[in-house]
Design a binder for this molecule. Structure first.
Ligand code: ADP
Ligand code: MG
Length: 263
């Protein structure tokens, strides 16, 4: 049995999204989203700009408060759940604790500019998870080797290329040993020649058994790594299926139109 299969059998990283809606003023950005993602699955979310993809990703780790509905990971509520007039809300400390089990990689890397690569990676494990510094450093060095940057531990982010910074951001997310990893257009801020090195790191992770959700415009990549494709438009999920099915025989006219534009 591979590690991925073992983790999947243990059922770690199951995401349940139920009836999630979100408005910004008069704009409905998420409109009744239901989605179940299996432990160890790799899901690519595609769709036009403004569809609500980033907002949905941010509700999974409660960076965004939903108006209705809820998200659980392995049956644990991530943020809060409004059920009629009853509000179940976790305390801020509990939200923080649960959030660290959810790694997030942003479009613009979001590394701390005043910290070295190593310090960026060990910051949350030491300060949030309370892992001894020496242990965190050892783990960080293993991760730097894994992303192919073992010699950059003491460099500052501004001295790295965009692709290198994004690989460090991925290592930083991994240092928290997340159950779930979220990527929001991880390559769209990169020069074209730097895209592949980041996709290769993500592709390698996709075999690790960690549940992954990737918002991406890289359709070829989505097809390569994802087992599930979700197509979103105007705050709704219009289509969910395997890459083979969605890319070759989309069941929705809007999916066909979108793919005709991006492929
Ligand atoms: P996508 O990632 O699919 O491009 P987003 O989730 O970023 O879409 O945004 C969906 C819609 O919500 C867009 O119209 C965007 O302008 C709007 N939006 C996102 N965040 C905010 C916010 N904090 N305040 C107001 N409107 C927002
Ligand atoms: Mg977005």
């Amino acid at each position: 049995m591979t590690t991925a299969e073992r983790l999947a059998r243990r059922g770690v990283g199951r995401i349940e999204i139920r009836g999630v809606s979100k408005r910004f003023g008069s704009l409905t950005v998420l409109d009744g989203i239901d989605l179940d993602l299996a432990p160890g699955s790799v899901t690519a979310i595609i769709g036009p700009s403004g569809a609500g993809k980033s907002t949905l990703l941010r509700t999974i780790n409660h960076l965004e408060r939903t108006d209705t509905g809820f998200v659980t990971i392995d049956d644990e509520l991530v943020g809060y759940h409004r059920d009629g007039h009853t509000l179940y809300e976790l305390k801020e400390a509990a939200i923080r604790r649960r959030r660290v089990a959810i790694g997030m990689v942003f479009q613009n890397f979001n590394l701390f500019p005043h910290l070295t690569v190593l310090e960026n990676i060990i910051e949350a494990p030491v300060s949030v998870q309370g892992i001894p510094r020496a242990e965190a450093i050892e783990l960080a060095q293993d991760l730097l080797a894994r992303i192919g940057l073992p010699e950059k531990a003491d460099a500052y982010p501004r001295h790295l290329s965009g692709g290198q910074q994004q690989r460090v951001a991925i290592a930083r997310a991994l240092a928290l040993k997340p159950k779930v990893l979220l990527f929001d257009e991880p390559t769209s801020a990169l020069d074209p020649e730097l895209v592949r090195e980041v996709l290769d790191v993500i592709k390698e992770l996709a075999t690790s058994g960690t549940t992954m959700v990737i918002v991406t415009h890289e359709i070829g990549f989505a097809r390569e790594v994802a087992d599930t494709i979700v197509f979103m438009e105007a705050g709704r999920i219009l289509e969910v299926g395997t890459p083979a099915r969605v890319f070759t025989a989309p069941s929705h006219q809007r999916t066909r139109e979108f793919l005709a534009k991006v492929l």
